[in-house]
Design a protein around this ligand. Structure first.
Ligand SMILES: [Zn+2]
Length: 145
């Protein structure tokens, strides 16, 4: 699978990381049913983790609102994004634990995106759940449009 990010969504994802002031920040990414790999909307979701500089926990109510609002407009959750103030774009064991429920994705079909600032440069990576490997694996990210 390939995730496609239009330039404005890509720019907003990088800005989220650059403006994070050392904290992890989160967002939900939505796509349309007829083009599921093209992200058309990015909705910031508050990070309610006890230590937001080191981890993230999505605000459940804000996420639910975003999901309902998206659904009402024909959009489906395509990814969950969070930022890493340091430490690269790899998923941490905590990231993987939080995305799984009994070994299956908590949000089926939603990729995990990480935006990290490395040496002042923002990078984005995406991971999709592989049903055979039973794990999140690298997913290609293309800039669409
Ligand atoms: Zn992380």
């Amino acid at each position: 699978m390939t995730l496609r990010l239009p330039p404005e969504i890509h720019a907003r994802a990088l800005a989220l990381a650059r403006e994070a002031l050392g904290l992890e920040r989160c967002a939900a990414l939505f796509s349309r049913a007829d083009d599921a790999d093209l992200v058309v909307e990015l909705v910031p979701i508050p990070n309610v983790a006890a230590e937001p500089a080191r981890a993230f926990e999505l605000d459940g109510l804000a996420l639910l609102r975003a999901l309902r609002d998206g659904e009402a407009r024909g959009l489906a959750l395509r990814g969950l994004l969070h930022t890493h103030p340091s430490g690269g774009v790899g998923l941490s064991p905590h990231d993987v634990d939080g995305a799984l429920w009994d070994g299956a994705p908590r949000f089926p079909g939603a990729s995990l995106l990480v935006v990290a600032i490395e040496a002042g440069v923002a990078r984005v990576a995406s991971y999709a759940f592989d049903d055979v490997a039973r794990a999140f694996v690298d997913e290609r990210v293309d800039r669409a449009g």
